[in-house]
Design a binder for this molecule. Structure first.
Ligand code: SF4
Ligand SMILES: [Zn+2]
Ligand SMILES: [Zn+2]
Length: 337
């Protein structure tokens, strides 16, 4: 099997762990076998890829994520997750004749030698599959790149890292950008590992309000939906290492390296991820347990605290919790030139 060479050593180790010669339990052929430890399945490459596509399809249909007339905007970074997502949505839409054409939306935060490269992969992919591709940049929307924010932030606020600013600003640009493009659903490429990691982070930091806010199936009538488009996460049942393997089998040309800020800032996220990986070695189902815990707890918290009171941001009108200004406006005011 021709494997792409990753810059990520952990992924290489995972792949070696996965691939052994053996007997596929699905098609019964002898081949390179991928051992899915959390389920016990031993699958050849084809059956493995088909199983990933089935999981994605089942997730979309079980949670009624899409309707035939939905206008989907796919948040596309050019990494393996978002390209795998778009690739699968294209296949699903091809079977649905009523489907509206999709749009891919990339956010260029302005991270030198990282985002420019990943957006190139996104652009090439969209060209190949004839998908409209729109790029919105921090520079154009708020007048400053993330690299520039990172240079000034130490004088402004020692407690915040590039990721804090990036996540809030990017989320808003995706939401508003998708709305301007006429979308009614935003498809995000978060995978099972991301979901498990975020959940554990929120527990460690006592952020139970975020667990409640992140409840995935808020009723369409909820207040919050007046401001934020519906988001769907079709890869939420697929672990990250399986997406790596799938995108290699499918020869998806993705951008493999990680954002430099993820490495530079002493964020806990990386340590939490390492912890999950370590637990997973002994209990392969650990990410599923965490994710299922998140689904139950977020639903419980959400239903207990809804309807809730919140302020409207004095500047943009979006919900701002107990503050006068939402986080996005606070950040933008700080940096707008
Ligand atoms: S790692 Fe942090 S800075 Fe980099 S893209 Fe993600 S949120 Fe933004
Ligand atoms: Zn097989
Ligand atoms: Zn605001």
């Amino acid at each position: 099997m021709a494997l792409k060479i990753y810059s990520d050593v952990n992924v290489m180790a995972d792949l070696q762990d996965f691939l052994k010669i053996g007997h596929c339990t699905s098609c019964k052929k002898d081949s390179f076998i991928i051992h899915r430890r959390h389920s016990g399945d031993k699958l050849c490459q084809n059956c493995f890829a088909q199983s990933i596509e089935k999981i994605i399809y089942k997730t979309i249909s079980k949670y009624k994520m899409l309707q035939p007339k939905d206008k989907i905007v796919v948040a596309l970074s050019g990494g393996k997750d978002s390209l795998t997502l778009l690739y699968n949505l294209i296949q699903i839409q091809e079977k649905n004749y009523q489907a509206e054409s999709m749009i891919a939306l990339s956010i260029d935060e302005g991270i030198h030698e990282y985002r420019d490269l990943s957006i190139k992969h996104a652009r090439d992919f969209c060209k190949k599959y004839n998908i409209e591709h729109v790029v919105l940049s921090f520079k154009e929307k708020i007048g400053i790149t993330l690299d520039e924010i990172n240079k000034t932030r130490e004088d402004l606020d020692n407690l915040r890292y590039a990721c804090n600013y990036c996540a809030v600003i990017r989320r808003r640009l995706i939401n508003d950008g998708a709305r301007e493009l006429g979308g009614n659903v935003i498809a995000l490429g978060h995978n099972l590992t991301d979901m498990a990691e975020t959940y554990l982070m929120n527990i460690l930091f006592n952020r139970f309000h975020l667990i409640s806010n992140q409840y995935l199936f808020k009723p369409a009538s909820s207040d919050i939906n007046r401001y934020f488009l519906k988001k769907i996460i079709p890869l939420m049942n697929v672990p990250e290492d399986e997406i790596s393997l799938y995108s290699n089998i499918k020869k998806i040309d993705y951008h493999a390296s990680h954002c430099p800020f993820r490495e530079q800032d002493p964020i806990l996220r990386k340590r939490v991820l390492n912890f999950i990986e370590e637990c997973k070695y002994y209990s392969p189902e650990i990410e599923f347990n965490l994710f299922n815990g998140f689904l139950k707890l977020s639903e419980m918290f959400y239903s207990q605290s809804y309807p809730r009171e919140y302020n409207s941001c004095e500047q943009c009108g979006y919900p701002s919790g107990n503050e006068k200004l939402c986080n996005y406006c606070q950040y933008v005011n700080k940096f707008r030139k």
